[in-house]
Ligand binder design. Sequence first.
Ligand SMILES: [Zn+2]
Length: 381
Amino acid sequence: MFEALPGQDEAKDLFRRALAADDLSHAYLLAGPEGLGKVEYARELGVAMVAPCGGCGACDDCARARRGAHPDLRVIEREGDMIRLGQVAPIVAELVLKPFVAARRVWVLPEAEQLTPAAANKLLKSIEEPPAHVHFVLVTDRIERMLPTIVSRCQVIDFQPLSDAEVEAYLSDAHDLEGDEGRALARLARGSVERAARFAADARGVRLRDEYLRHVAALTGGTQPGAATAKSPAAAFLGVLDRRVELVAAEVAADAERRAADVTALFADPDDRECARALKAVGERAKREKTRHARQAAADALDLVIAWLRDLWATAAGAPDAVLNCDRAAELAAAAVARPEHYARLLAAAAVARKDLYLNVDQKLALQAMFARFEEVARSA
Ligand SMILES: [Zn+2]
């Protein structure tokens, strides 16, 4: 159980002990920064709670529950931008029903901060005094946005960013990435296993990081022989981002097709109202995922810029051992020709873009504005 999920030893221990002692909380809240695989942990915990084996991970019951086909394990994803009363009310109405086959019934709610106040209040009563067989596993990246009364009734499990060593071990075990590149990607992932996985896929695939860094190097001075010669490195950088966004959009579309096929296979009559509703949910989910991935792609690209600037600053300040891009230390040493203050000003310009992305400003506009600020810094140097 949880073996395939890296890090979070404390949470794993706690779940394993609670499962073994049959002393499970009626409401867990898995909280912490994004990118730590909290939803996967929530699902695995749900699987362990409904499978008679207690979650061996190898039997048919586990496989069925993991596929999302166990009647006593349900995942409630938001419809549109929120989790609404209309989604929560039917759950609350069914709580008194005995489990179908398992000893417990489990509801997993990713993005619990997206519960509308009405939905949260409806759920609150059930979390306070649930029937003995009922368990909730809530997940959030933004606990500060949740109704405090809900948080206070849950057992909060804090998820921590992984150490560089943990991410490095994960990249080696799960992605066969080692050496300087593995070490650099582990540092760049900043404790997020999901970010590490994306970097690993890129390193094994299209290698967009190389292209981003080539254009960033051209933008931040100290251009290397053989480095970017694009007329506008900023436009070239955004072009790389466009390609990444197209790539993930295609992946999302393929995933949505598979999900739609699963739904259609489930209903004998494709004109069934429930079938139409489920298909609509698949479509909405795909739209959401596309937006989320596009935002993530922009954030990853920006984080690479910030990491590069930080490395230039560290190198210029005489601390080359502290660089994140440790597989490019030589390139950094040759490029960091300005004074540390210069890179600090560029970093400040990039930090504005980071905040813009957090505030949901259009990704491309935020990055374009950042590149314009870079030019100002270069002119005033
Ligand atoms: Zn099992």
